[in-house]
Design a binder for this molecule. Structure first.
Ligand code: G1P
Length: 291
């Protein structure tokens, strides 16, 4: 039975929704307290059993590579300080998976970003995790998709139900039938208007795709926003293979959006064992002073 060993994490977008913070640093490096967003995503892949990760970068994304790189000077300093806990944290960061980087020459869309990884992925099914989305869940999100993949051996898309007026921010699925949270997809459309949306089931930033997707991306023309959309390539893939979607269990943060970022920062700080007690009392006082 085929398992998922490789993941692609596209992290090449400009982050225009988060300016000016993202003028000189990648949005994927914005910290949620002490951990950059992309580290959450890499950790989700690793916790799902993936040990070969390709991050698609672009201009201005050097900090992402540096973050996962070994830093001898820093390690020496920590050794001198005797900070064993941080040494372990940093060692885990650099050693738990092979991380490769491919630069997308031009920002031509999500489909094009994934296409950049085709030679590395070769002929096996692989996971895609959008680099600016955190999904906080008991079972890592890609693991949830893999559990469905193991049964169907087809492309599996993570989905969530959204209020219909928000569907225009997402890719959207049309489905034939649904059983136990598994949808059999009959069509997909990128960022439809309410009038054109076939459902209120939105494509989340997590996918398991069969390698046939690369041929489909090749024949995908620019779509929504003038970009090569992965959703359009998935629509093409439907001509060749059945595709399924599964509802994701967990809390999702689109950290490319300022409000979701603020929520993620709050929630994760509330859960941090070093700070939660003091932070909670701060929040309580604040709410008391600003009812
Ligand atoms: C991308 C995908 C879209 C998906 C969304 C999830 O859009 O193109 O289909 O619903 O991610 O976050 P983006 O948010 O990059 O515009």
């Amino acid at each position: 039975m085929q398992r998922i060993r490789k993941a692609v994490i596209p992290a090449a977008g400009f982050g225009t929704r988060f300016l000016p913070a993202t003028k000189a640093q990648p949005k994927e490096m914005l910290p949620i307290l002490d951990k950059p967003v992309i580290q959450f995503v890499v950790e989700e892949a690793i916790a799902s059993g993936i040990d070969d990760i390709v991050i698609i970068t672009g201009r201005g994304k050097r900090a992402v590579e540096d973050h996962f790189d070994y830093s001898p000077e820093l390690m020496e300093k920590l050794e001198k300080k005797g900070d064993k806990r941080m040494i372990e944290t940093l060692n885990n960061l650099t050693k738990s998976a092979d991380i490769h980087y491919i630069r997308q020459a031009e920002q031509k869309g999500l489909g094009d970003a994934i296409y950049c990884a085709r030679k590395h992925i070769g002929g096996e099914p692989f996971a895609v995790l959008l680099g600016d989305e955190i999904i906080d869940s008991k079972v890592p999100c890609i693991k949830q998709l893999e559990q469905v993949f193991v049964k169907y051996q087809r492309s599996i898309i993570g989905v969530l139900q959204v209020p219909i007026e928000r569907i225009r921010y997402y890719g959207c699925i049309k489905y034939d039938n649904q059983e136990d949270g598994i949808f059999s997809i009959s069509d997909v459309v990128e960022k439809p208007t309410i009038q054109l949306a076939p459902s209120n089931i939105a494509i989340d930033g997590r996918y398991i795709l069969t390698p046939k997707i690369f041929d489909c991306i090749e024949s995908t023309k620019a779509g929504y926003g003038g970009e090569i959309q992965l959703t359009d390539s998935i629509k093409e893939l439907l001509k060749y293979e059945p595709i399924y979607a599964t509802t994701i269990e967990g809390k999702r943060y689109d950290v490319g959006s300022k409000l979701d970022y603020a929520k993620a920062f709050f929630d994760f700080t509330m859960k941090n064992e070093d700070f939660s007690a003091e932070y909670k009392s701060h929040v309580k006082n604040y709410l008391g002073e600003h009812p």
